[in-house]
Design a protein around this ligand. Structure first.
Ligand code: ADP
Ligand code: MG
Ligand code: MG
Length: 362
């Protein structure tokens, strides 16, 4: 297993990238990697006198996803298919899609605070950049806009600090830069390792996630891999869902599909999945939300292992607000038919900020 931050180097060093991609973008550093590819930050070069902007590029191995059910849709990876058709403040923005014989290149908005305060992004002169017209989006992006939940600010402790000298294979500039306190973006997984949230902050973060999942479910889109690593967060506690590689789209005029194959993460898998049964994607997403809520509140999964999860035996080491615990329990109901739906999660009094609550939803 190569170390994190070396996967991109292994595949991209001395490799010719798709020309239309490299005319516009310069690869910076690695943000993460997984079974189907890896993600790098990249600098989208500016047009004449217009500053560049940093983006996240996910390199997806074509041969690996083509072997998976539901991973491709109309000739493109399901993740770009979905991302290019949705628009929500808590879902990562789609920018572009490229391909060569080995990879799809999914260019997304980079979420987080990639540059230390006081540093502006310079457009390097390492590539000649004629005033290119902006790339048209490959699909029309229709869709409804949802209101943004304001975040309450807090301070991160630094997690990453990048050694610029290691980046020279990717960018002519990198080797020459001082080793300034540059930070890659954070996902919620990295964040909870360093940060405890107050009840108010937890509610704020969870509400944004629920907003996005509700938006998706209303369109018949199910993420199927909701977890802290697939949620990116910035210093204002604004969160965005990423990684739609396991997503499915269903026609809501038909009954929900029963799936027999799980492509998510075991520690977020619903009881019915762990018990080897076929499952519906909506209730499985809500279960994952319950795990995420537990992690936001306590820093740890509410289940010490999968046996406890199968039985729905929640164990938390830290006191949590009663309302939040109630909501978590309703998401983690082992019977998917009695589990809260996304509408019920949205309407839960704790999420709506009503302290004294009556009644039950599950
Ligand atoms: P995988 O399918 O391999 O899990 P992801 O799409 O989840 O790939 O990306 C891997 C990691 O890269 C994420 O957990 C996150 O830390 C980082 N990352 C991915 N996309 C972005 C983005 N748009 N903005 C910031 N960080 C990102
Ligand atoms: Mg992921
Ligand atoms: Mg994935």
């Amino acid at each position: 297993e190569p170390a994190k931050s070396e996967v991109a180097a292994m595949y991209l060093e001395n490799r010719q990238l798709c020309p239309s991609f490299s005319r516009r973008y310069i690869i910076r550093d690695e943000l993460g990697s997984g079974g189907f590819g890896f993600v790098c930050s990249a600098l989208q070069t500016g047009y004449k006198n217009v500053p560049g902007v940093e983006v996240a590029v996910k390199f997806i191995f074509k041969d690996r996803i083509s072997e998976c059910d539901y991973a491709m849709l109309e000739g493109e990876p399901v993740e770009s298919y979905v991302l290019s058709r949705v628009q929500h403040p808590n879902i990562i923005g789609f920018k572009d899609l490229f391909e060569d014989d080995e990879f799809f290149y999914l260019v997304q908005e980079l979420h987080g605070d990639p540059w230390a305060p006081g540093h502006t992004l310079e457009v390097p002169d390492t590539i000649q950049n004629p005033a290119l017209p902006p790339t048209p989006a490959p699909h029309p992006v229709p869709i409804i806009h949802a209101p943004q939940t304001p975040g309450s600010a807090f301070v991160f402790s630094p997690v990453h600090s990048v050694d610029w000298s290691k980046l020279s294979p990717f960018s002519g500039e990198a080797g020459k830069r001082p080793n300034m306190a540059r930070r890659a973006s954070y996902d919620l997984f990295e964040c909870v390792e360093h940060q405890r949230f107050s009840e108010e902050q937890s509610r704020n973060i969870f509400r944004q996630i629920v907003d996005a999942v509700s938006y998706l479910h209303n369109k018949g889109i199910y993420h199927r891999d909701l977890k802290d690593e697939n949620i990116v967060i910035d210093r204002n506690l604004c969160v965005k869902i990423i990684d739609f590689g396991s997503a499915v789209i269903e026609d809501r005029s038909y009954p929900p599909v029963l799936y027999d194959h799980f492509r998510g993460t075991m520690s977020y898998a619903a009881a019915e999945v762990l018990n080897g049964r076929h499952y519906h994607a909506g209730p499985a997403d809500v279960w994952s939300l319950g795990i995420i809520l537990g992690i936001i509140l306590t820093g740890e999964s509410p289940f010490p292992n999968t046996t406890w999860a199968q039985e729905g035996r929640i164990k938390i080491k830290r006191q949590v607000p009663g309302g939040a615990f109630d909501l978590m329990q309703k998401c983690l109901c082992t019977d998917p038919r009695r589990r809260a739906t996304i509408e019920q999660v949205e309407r839960h009094p704790w999420l709506r900020g009503m302290l004294a609550h009556r009644g039950s939803i599950c």
